[in-house]
Design a protein around this ligand. Structure first.
Ligand code: SF4
Length: 445
């Protein structure tokens, strides 16, 4: 028996900034030894549409749902059953089941073993889920499937799952529930020590939500003589001990979700806590003084945004010498309260933008209050373009605390900005998936 693991691509072009997908390393380690595994990551390589496999397992995000359904259709036509998991099928299992045979809802561990047992017995069910919250102690990974794919040069490691916050546009709470789960620090340290890479990206959605546990991890990282980056919320800058540990343990970069400079927007998205005790610029300075290169993430389209918000935000990101910056239109995704609110307010432009053949990457998906949908689309594109001009890159490089701290850092900054500029500009206006028609089971092509 042979199982194929598939990461679908958003577009038809390859991605140069793809990071290692951990989910299939975890599933590979939980697949019985007598089953052969083949792994195709369409961001980096073609997925054969006539592969000789017994079962296809696809991980699906909302932006890749269209492509996932297209690949599934080809395999099901060959008589190969298709299983889907990930955020999108978790929130819309019945939509996914129009295109596949089974969905895994929530964490795949545990459910995966049951699914394989049923598949071997010829009794695949349509829905699988983990009855209990999956604890992370002893989590094993098989990284061999990732070798040679050409991912971004940082090994992806997970410390924990979940977030204590519940920002309106985010579906992390809906996916993982209220509980926070962290792996034992000794497990994480052993995993890092076994890597042949001294740079790690912690893929947790917000690694410092449990400050005490975060400090425990950081203390254990200090002797490892490594560098690492992560995703955080800006409130960590209010904790001097944590900032000190960031510097000592080798943190050189953090993706920070600033989202908006407007406090009314932050209140509306339930993220006002980030500036409650300390304003953004003070927090940024504290992190940068500790050597942390900041990748700032912003969204536009909340009710207090106007066409002036784009210029103000880009100027802020360039002035603060951000390593990288993302400027995205707010995207309502299934599972997030934002999606339900905008639908109730009749402001969605497409009921399901992710399946709409006319939707293009970067397009507004709803009617904002302070501008037109076209102004939202064009404003975000303008902001990305301005942030990635060569003049902006050169200006942002010039910070001896962070981007220009060493020759190695400067080289990394320039290489990352080159790839980022190319990827951002290339994505704009692309359609999702391929030209293939999207046909649910039972319908005619
Ligand atoms: S956006 Fe970040 S801080 Fe907010 S709920 Fe999601 S993961 Fe947590």
């Amino acid at each position: 028996m042979k199982i194929a693991f598939v990461v679908p691509n958003m577009f038809e072009t390859r991605a140069f900034d793809a990071i290692e997908p951990l989910v299939f390393s975890i599933l590979a380690a939980r697949t019985p030894d007598d089953i052969d595994i083949v792994f195709w990551d369409e961001r980096k390589e073609d997925v054969p549409l006539d592969g000789n496999v017994s079962l296809l397992a696809i991980t699906v995000e909302t932006h890749t749902a269209r492509r996932a359904y297209q690949i599934a259709r080809e395999y099901r036509a060959l008589g190969v059953p298709v299983v889907m998991g990930g955020h999108h099928p978790t929130f819309l299992p019945d939509e996914a089941l129009q295109y596949c045979d089974a969905v895994v809802i929530g964490d795949a561990e545990g459910a995966w073993e049951e699914l394989i047992k049923d598949f071997r017995a010829g009794a695949l069910k349509s829905k699988y889920s983990q009855p209990d919250i999956m604890q992370l102690a002893g989590l094993k990974l098989d990284r061999s499937i990732l070798k040679g794919k050409g991912y971004a040069p940082a090994s992806v490691v997970q410390y924990g799952r979940g977030c204590k916050f519940n920002c309106e546009f985010c579906s992390i709470r809906a996916f993982y529930g209220k509980g926070l789960r962290q792996r034992p620090v000794a497990d994480v340290v052993a995993e890092i020590e076994a890597l042949d890479n001294r740079h790690v990206f912690f893929v947790d959605d917000n690694i410092f939500v449990d400050r005490a546990k975060a400090k425990e991890l950081l203390r254990a990282l200090v002797p490892l003589n490594m560098t690492w980056s992560c995703q955080v919320s800006i409130d960590i800058a209010q904790d001097p001990e944590l900032v000190d540990l960031l510097e000592k343990s080798g943190c050189n970069g953090a993706l920070v979700g600033f989202e908006s400079l407007n406090p009314i927007n932050l209140q509306q998205m339930k993220k006002g806590w980030g500036v409650k005790r300390q304003d953004y610029e003070t927090s940024i300075k504290i992190l940068q003084d500790a050597g942390v290169m900041i990748y700032g993430s912003f969204v536009f389209g909340y009710d207090a945004d106007t066409p002036d918000s784009f210029e103000e935000t880009v100027e802020f990101a360039i002035r603060n010498k951000f390593f990288l910056g993302n400027f995205a239109g707010l995207v309502p995704t299934p599972g997030a309260r934002l999606y339900d609110r905008l639908r109730e307010e009749n402001r969605l432009l497409h009921d399901k933008w992710w399946l709409d053949p006319n939707f293009r990457y970067g397009d507004a998906t709803f009617i904002p209050r302070g501008m037109t949908p076209d102004q939202l689309t064009e404003g975000c594109h303008w902001a990305r373009t301005q942030f990635t001009t060569y003049g902006s890159i050169f200006h942002r490089l010039w910070d001896r605390r962070t981007n220009l701290k060493s020759l190695h850092r400067a080289g990394f900054f320039l290489a990352a900005n080159y790839v980022f500029r190319r990827e951002l500009r290339g994505k704009h206006g692309q359609s999702l998936g391929s030209e293939m028609p999207l046909v649910p089971a039972g319908a005619n092509a």
